[in-house]
Design a protein around this ligand. Structure first.
Ligand SMILES: CSC[C@@H](O)[C@@H](O)C(=O)COP(=O)(O)O
Ligand SMILES: [Zn+2]
Length: 198
């Protein structure tokens, strides 16, 4: 299966979970060190076809395909540039990531969950971090912020844009999807715990 087919399949899957309502979200995969394939801006992630993908360079410039690359292309490029091992970046607007960001300042710290091992760690004892960043429509500024919070740490497994959604990455589209599933589950656990404790 090629990269586009895999991303189309992931689009259907995230749509079936109500993670990408109303054309929200964007999906990408790295073709090589200089090129990314990413969803076209405004495409519905549950009904993607080959025409909904464009090729961009690592600065977000369109290289191939019709239409405008995702409005958030620069955020994907920032993750690829920082982590050479990453082969796919997924962004969704799940309820769990959106709601928890409205109740959290700074970052979410996850520890003592078995599913932490889904991020490649050997033990549930590892503490992993999910920074919550202020949402912005200024992608240049936001990508600088993302670069700053991701620099010099291997404990950040994703980031959330407040009241917007979550970004997760992996070595390929399937790995990124499994991590996304794990992270959304962990966010739901934290959200429910907040409800119980309040
Ligand atoms: C439906 S508005 C959502 C967008 O503003 C954005 O947050 C989003 O995730 C999708 O943007 P897109 O440009 O289609 O990749
Ligand atoms: Zn979004």
């Amino acid at each position: 299966m090629n990269l586009i087919d895999k991303l189309i399949e992931i689009g259907k899957e995230v749509h079936s979970r109500n993670w990408v309502p109303a054309t929200g979200g964007n999906l990408s995969a790295k073709i090589n060190e200089e090129r990314i394939i990413i969803t076209r801006s405004g495409s519905h992630k549950g009904y993607l076809t080959v025409k909904d993908f464009v090729v961009v360079d690592m600065n977000g410039n369109l290289v191939e395909g019709d239409g405008k690359p995702s409005a958030e292309t620069l955020l994907h490029a920032t993750v690829y540039k920082l982590f050479p091992w990453v082969g796919s970046v997924l962004h969704i607007h799940s309820l769990n990531s959106t709601l928890i960001s409205r109740l959290t300042d700074g970052q979410i710290v996850l520890e003592d969950y078995e599913l932490i091992k889904a991020f490649g760690y050997k033990t549930h004892r590892e503490r992993i971090h999910v920074p919550v960043l202020e949402n912005s429509q200024d992608m240049e500024e936001l990508s600088r912020l993302v670069r700053d919070v991701l620099t010099g740490t291997d404990k950040v497994v994703g980031f959330i844009l407040r009241s917007h959604g979550v970004y997760v990455w992996g070595k390929d589209p399937w790995d990124a999807f499994v991590r996304l599933e794990a992270l959304d589950f962990l966010l739901e656990c934290e959200l429910k715990l907040m409800g119980v404790r309040s």
